[in-house]
Design a protein around this ligand. Structure first.
Ligand SMILES: Nc1ncnc2c1ncn2[C@@H]1O[C@H](COP(=O)(O)OP(=O)(O)O)[C@@H](O)[C@H]1O
Ligand SMILES: [Mg+2]
Length: 385
């Protein structure tokens, strides 16, 4: 099979979660079939895809069966082993490349790559053992965040160190080792940029957005971010530099902090569609998922423009999922549900988007009012707004 993939070609997606589900929906609209590799029966992505291979991500037989059935391989889940990636890449084109995946799987490789490309991050140090951690704390200072280098998500695998007394327990608690110590960033905003790059090196990036977390899980995304132009320009330039330096073919998200001085620091990168890009489904002619599919299929990239401003709210766990009937009954809320059967605490079950005319994203109060039953308590508490 050659690129661009013709209609009815099969796109292989590793991972069965909501990112795969929304990628598969975008692929279907472009006339492609998706084949999902997942460990799970009845995964959110499988429910809307043509076929599924149920296998462990490290099992050579499962990976071979999956690769044999598809024309190109991409990801919604990043933690495939190095050997698994090599096997897949020996069988079919893998986009983004295994090199990019490996960098993003490991916070030390990631920060080494970023700093090597001239991209600023918070100060950091690799940590192998407790003695090394004491040395790193001495150099970086407190507060600091101690993280596993691999397998972290939604704030899992990290501990905030406030005092020297926290160091020993934090080291003991975190696994797998090795770890990384990062200087705590007292950020004014968390922002992100989702960007796509084609095999012809064409490039498109969505507007910079602002992200609010609750319990370390993304809660709300506001598009566009309400930041100074100079900050926005840094964020967009960084995303471009990351995509070019990685020679990306595919889509990636760059998570960033705006430090108190207005300097943009990269937190982490994710070479796949990202939760902070879900608003693009409803507010853009071509969403992050369409750009993901187009980039890996070798199709032309459309501009990543938005026709509306947007607020996106995740529906996490049983409490927020229980709001579903009210959400459905609220005009203007655009509902998305991922097909997960069990609403465990902390589990992302769906999201809602509210659109606003371009340039008319309201202040905190207005957003809280517009999200109606889905409005989080963190919004709408600033009467000065
Ligand atoms: N060095 C840091 N300084 C301040 N806050 C941080 C730092 N690292 C992480 N955080 C907070 O924790 C959240 C999750 O951390 P992150 O490194 O993005 O891991 P993951 O998204 O893989 O769980 C970030 O979005 C941010 O809110
Ligand atoms: Mg993150």
């Amino acid at each position: 099979m050659t690129f661009p993939l013709p209609p009815n070609a099969t796109i292989g997606l590793v991972g069965g979660g909501q990112l795969g589900r929304m990628s598969a929906l975008a692929a279907a609209r472009l006339g492609y079939r998706c084949h999902i590799l997942t460990r799970e029966q009845d995964s959110p992505a499988s429910q809307v895809s043509a076929a599924t291979t149920i296998s462990d991500y490290h099992a050579p037989d499962g990976l071979r069966e999956f690769a044999a059935a598809v024309d190109v391989i991409s990801f919604e889940f990043e933690n495939v082993s190095a050997e698994g990636l090599d096997l897949l890449a020996s069988l079919k084109p893998v986009r983004p490349s295994p090199t990019i995946l490996r960098i993003s799987q490991d916070r030390v490789l990631e920060k080494t790559f970023l700093n090597g490309a001239g991209i600023p991050t918070t100060p950091w140090a690799p940590v192998q053992d407790l003695d090394g951690l004491h040395v790193a704390v001495e150099r970086i200072g407190l507060p600091a965040v101690l993280k596993t280098t691999r397998l972290g998500y939604d704030g899992k695998g990290q501990v905030l160190l406030r005092r020297a007394a926290d160091v020993r327990d934090a080291f003991a608690v975190l696994s797998p080792k090795p770890l990384i110590l990062e200087g705590f960033v007292d950020f004014s905003h968390e922002i992100s940029v989702v960007a796509a790059r084609g095999e012809d090196r064409s490039y498109a990036s969505f507007d910079t957005v602002e992200n609010r977390h609750r319990d370390h899980i993304l809660d709300v995304t506001l598009a566009p971010a309400r930041i100074a132009e100079a900050v926005d320009a840094q964020a967009q330039a960084i995303a471009r530099r990351v995509a070019d330096a990685l020679d990306l073919v595919g889509l990636l998200a760059v998570e960033m902090f705006v430090d108190p001085g207005g300097k943009v620091l990269v937190n982490e990168i994710a070479p796949r569609p990202h939760n902070s890009g879900h608003w693009t489904i409803d507010a853009c002619p071509a969403s992050q998922f369409e750009l993901h599919i187009r980039a890996i299929a070798g199709l032309p990239l459309p501009p990543a423009v938005r026709h509306s401003d947007a607020a996106m709210k995740n529906l996490v766990g049983p409490d927020e999922t229980a709001l579903w009937p009210e959400i459905l009954a609220t005009p203007g809320l655009i509902p998305h549900l991922y097909g997960k059967v069990e609403a465990r605490p902390g589990r992302k079950m769906g999201h809602v988007t509210r659109l606003f005319p371009k340039g008319a994203l309201p202040g905190e109060f207005g957003i809280a009012a517009a999200l109606g039953p889905a409005a989080p308590q963190s919004l709408g508490q600033r009467p000065s707004d």
